[in-house]
Design a protein around this ligand. Sequence first.
Ligand SMILES: *[C@@H]1O[C@H](CO)[C@@H](O)[C@H](O)[C@H]1NC(C)=O
Ligand SMILES: *[C@@H]1O[C@H](CO)[C@@H](O)[C@H](O)[C@H]1NC(C)=O
Ligand SMILES: *[C@@H]1O[C@H](CO)[C@@H](O)[C@H](O)[C@H]1NC(C)=O
Ligand SMILES: *[C@@H]1O[C@H](CO)[C@@H](O)[C@H](O)[C@H]1NC(C)=O
Ligand SMILES: *[C@@H]1O[C@H](CO)[C@@H](O)[C@H](O)[C@H]1NC(C)=O
Ligand SMILES: [Zn+2]
Length: 471
Amino acid sequence: MLIQAKVPVGLLLVLPFDANIIYQDSCLRDNFFGNYLDGGRINSIISVSSDSPCIDSLQQYVQPSNFTLVPELGKQLVWVEQTAVADSLKAIDGAYMGQGNGNQEALHLNPSRDDPLVSLQTLYQVHHRTKGAALLSVDSGSARNIDTLLPRYWKSTLLSQQPISYIPVPDAAIEPVRQVLSKLKFDPIVASVVNNISIPHMKNDIRFLTGEDGVSGIISRHSFSLGAITAAHWLKQRFEDTGAKCKLKLFLEGFAPNVVCRYASTRNTNDTIIISGHYDSRGSFGSTRAPGGDDDGSGTTAILAIARTIARKGVKFHRNVELVAFAGEEQGLLGSKAYARELREAGENITLMIQADMLAYRAPGEPLQLGLPDIIGTPEVTQLVANISAIYSPELVVGYTPACCSDHQSFHEQGYPSTQVFERAGPIVDPMYHNSGDLSDREGYSFVQLYAIAKVQFATVLHTAGFELED
Ligand SMILES: *[C@@H]1O[C@H](CO)[C@@H](O)[C@H](O)[C@H]1NC(C)=O
Ligand SMILES: *[C@@H]1O[C@H](CO)[C@@H](O)[C@H](O)[C@H]1NC(C)=O
Ligand SMILES: *[C@@H]1O[C@H](CO)[C@@H](O)[C@H](O)[C@H]1NC(C)=O
Ligand SMILES: *[C@@H]1O[C@H](CO)[C@@H](O)[C@H](O)[C@H]1NC(C)=O
Ligand SMILES: *[C@@H]1O[C@H](CO)[C@@H](O)[C@H](O)[C@H]1NC(C)=O
Ligand SMILES: [Zn+2]
């Protein structure tokens, strides 16, 4: 029972994710458009055109709630979902920065005067809708800005135009991580290196990225902003100052580039360890200011602080180490998707990848924390990070967070072991999340926590890559 859609007719399925089913059914595997979150649930999107031989075989998965109209030709599909934020945060929404845009947790899909998507009203079509998520199709021009039109606690992902491959992380790829975990113990040299991360440098760096220094001129680091380009060039320079080789890698026209920096191994190996953050940002609805001090100036500053320490301590790695600042995260992990796909297509071996996204906010009265993903991520990598935290940053209370998913998801989808580090063992409580007031000079912005989590990310690299110190 296919719904007769406007031409061309096809099938668009939203199914609960099941790795075994997707991997074993070639019709699902070859027409897979990715996994998308809806609260704690993972959905897979499958799309086939009417002339596909898969149309018939996919009907076994079709129930009225699993299929939907296919988009019109040339339209861009966008998944939008509610972010995991604490109720306390929803309650105070609109009470600061003169936003006055209350009731932002509701996504109104019936266009009305109050609808943040009103400017898209003639342009979007709803294909799937639950309380916490929706699959829309919009014209491609609007798609690129959809993150700026969404209510604050909703985020969007542009679907790729082509099917993507689904590659489960192979057991053999996790073996090196298990080995590091089994041999893990306190190393005083690792401790002396990671403890050398400089908080004063982080304070300077973040003020450049947010524009708080009054010198960088950065107003926004939104992926399409001039500030993002300024930040990209500045980051490349700073990383190169530390001895890394960097590239600005364009991934989609109009977007600021990924900044990819590499420390070549001193040994004969192609194995690579990646740590990353995203330097693009998102501000308040209707404002051009998007300083992104916490999201994700904090993760970006952490990897830059690690780079500065690599240089100061003369660290030479036994495996290749890449430090990456992604763009396009706020539009749906676009920069990291492009890079992870490129690495997979080139047959690169990524030992592990750790994304740092939002590290600095600590709610008044709460302990220093480290949040790890409970949905998307490789459990062994998450365990390794948790154990390393207990050794080198015991002041952090470690736990799981439902706030998911940052750029590690892109690597996870390509079958690379990966995880994320986050500022809290629970949902987001930063009142300046996706807000134009996300500065570093404010209550709750904790450089002590940022330092402690950066140490964990760095110690994980040192233990996994192996290293020596120059001299
Ligand atoms: C179809 O979707 C519903 C919920 O939307 C889900 O419970 C059901 O398992 C899905 N059917 C299949 C075959 O996946
Ligand atoms: C880091 O190490 C360098 C050189 O070993 C030293 O001069 C500097 O004071 C240290 N900084 C911190 C913050 O520990
Ligand atoms: C590294 O990769 C290059 C290019 O793919 C290959 O020629 C070389 O043999 C590889 N080196 C190792 C140690 O695997
Ligand atoms: C990746 O690792 C596999 C297995 O160790 C090896 O065969 C392959 O050559 C490696 N790829 C590169 C690019 O070195
Ligand atoms: C890792 O931590 C867990 C507890 O969180 C502990 O049971 C386990 O022994 C630790 N593993 C290693 C290798 O330290
Ligand atoms: Zn982020």
